[in-house]
Design a protein around this ligand. Structure first.
Ligand SMILES: *Cc1c(COP(=O)(O)O)cnc(C)c1O
Length: 450
């Protein structure tokens, strides 16, 4: 038997191209390598847990969007994963950037992103955030409440371009935490009850605000492109109605992000070619039906660009088989670096990253180190039966909403974020140390070891 014939039975069968960063390969020692760097080397240099990001994968996904959707303006949702370096990649690739807090805005500015290319979101932007964004000259502010309109009108000096966030009434049928296109949730103005139209009226009454279009975002992990088709139809109908009532023809339509990516084998993914066809067809038919000029279209993918570029690298700390129960493989991270399992019941793909093994696989549950029974990383997954303390595990598809959602629960510092490309590592974010954590405690006389 050759090595490659053996490999599928060696616990590496799961290195599915759809799930792992595009540069992932196994070297002759059975080590998982990304960006030309064996993950064992990343662990040696930066310790574990560590988030690893494949720069080439990240950039390639952007380019796929650009070639599948020429003429559509692409704005990256920074909340999925943002550092100054990533903001620079976004700018270099010619994308706009979505931010939804003063911190994300500051990151973009520190990276030198052109403020005109930034969109500010949020259902509860603070007065300071609105004032700063307007002063900086952020390209578009997405208005999400009546008070925001009044506040902006009172604050802005130069004319500020705004979009209005509208709830299109399209239900993606997803987890309630990520379903944002339906009326009974916190974002935006409903079409029902004339809330959206009233808000348009209020904005148009403010000479210093320039309303150029509507925004909506129907939720996350949307794999069915026809849901975007329905969204476009509703939004164009509303834009035509706004023209009739107020005599303004809005030139911009932003349909948000939420494009699905697979986390485990067989998960659906939004197909970009189909998405492009649906967009084209629904824009064409809705605009023809309403005799409305085609608006400039914006989309805001986050996860679809950042998720698969990232993996999390853990070290196995303990392996325990409960009598009559499961085998638990406990690692040195957990819900502090990956809250998505506890939040949404998310599923993940795990691979042994540091060696070959001839041992057949066993069903195990990978758990974290935190003091909660719900601190699970992947339930009932296949790993080589000889997995043991000291092994390295890689978890796929953790680029989006991991670093950005991490906490320091149990006073465990957040992991570093390391970019890999062409055989080299570059640390983008360093590990949060215990000293960092204690430095926020106002009553520590001095560090016990310092
Ligand atoms: C979260 C969000 C996105 C990005 O969602 P993904 O699922 O990461 O693509 C885009 N636009 C808005 C307004 C959002 O809130």
């Amino acid at each position: 038997m050759t090595l490659s014939e053996l490999l599928p039975s060696l616990g590496h069968a799961g290195l599915d191209r759809q799930l792992w960063p595009s540069t992932t390969h196994l070297d002759e020692l059975g080590r998982v390598c990304i960006g030309g760097v064996p993950l064992t080397e990343v662990a040696d240099e930066f310790r574990t847990p560590t988030y690893v990001l494949d720069e080439q994968d990240f950039r390639t996904r952007i380019r796929r969007y650009q070639s599948a959707l020429p003429g559509v303006s692409i704005v990256y949702a920074g909340k999925s994963l943002l550092t100054t370096t990533i903001a620079r990649w976004i700018a270099q690739e010619g994308l706009g950037l979505d931010v939804c807090s003063g911190g994300e805005l500051a990151t973009a500015m520190a990276a030198g992103v052109d403020p005109a290319r930034i969109i500010l979101h949020g259902n509860a932007k603070t007065p300071d955030e609105l004032r700063d964004a307007a002063a900086i000259g952020v390209g578009r502010i997405v208005v999400d409440s009546p008070l925001e309109i009044a506040f902006l009108a009172g604050q802005v000096r130069a004319r500020q371009t705004v979009l209005l966030r509208v709830i299109p009434g399209v239900d993606i049928g997803g987890h309630p935490a990520v379903t944002t296109g339906v009326d009974d949730q916190k974002f935006g103005f409903t079409i029902a009850g004339d809330r959206a139209r009233d808000a348009v009226q209020r904005i148009l009454n403010q000479p210093c605000l320039s309303l150029t279009g509507l925004h909506c975002h129907i939720g996350s992990q949307v794999a069915d492109p026809t849901l975007y088709g329905q969204t476009i139809a509703r939004m164009i109908a509303l834009m035509a109605d706004i023209r009739t009532r107020f005599g303004v023809t809005l030139p911009d339509l932003d349909i948000g992000g939420g494009h699905a990516v697979p986390y485990v084998a067989g998960d659906p993914e939004l197909n970009l070619a189909r998405f492009a066809e649906v967009i084209e067809h629904s824009l064409e038919s809705a605009c023809t039906a309403a005799d409305f000029p085609r608006p400039a279209l914006t989309i805001e993918p986050g996860r679809a660009i950042s998720a698969r570029a990232g993996i999390t690298l853990y070290r196995v700390v303990a392996v325990k088989s409960q009598p009559g129960g499961r085998t638990f493989v406990a690692v040195d991270g957990g819900m502090s670096d990956n809250p998505r399992v506890a939040l949404y019941g998310a599923k993940y793909t795990v691979a042994l990253a540091n060696r070959h093994t001839a041992t057949p696989s066993a069903t195990v549950t990978v758990v974290g180190r935190h003091c909660e029974a719900g601190d699970v990383i992947a339930r009932d997954v296949e790993l080589p039966a000889d997995v043991h303390p000291g092994d390295l595990l890689a978890v796929a598809c953790t680029g989006a909403y991991h670093h950005s959602m991490a906490s320091s629960y149990n006073m465990v510092g957040r992991p570093p974020l390391v970019a890999v490309a062409e055989g080299r590592c570059r640390q983008l974010i360093r590990r949060e140390t215990i000293a960092d954590l204690l430095s926020r405690d106002c009553d520590v006389p001095s560090l016990p070891w310092g």
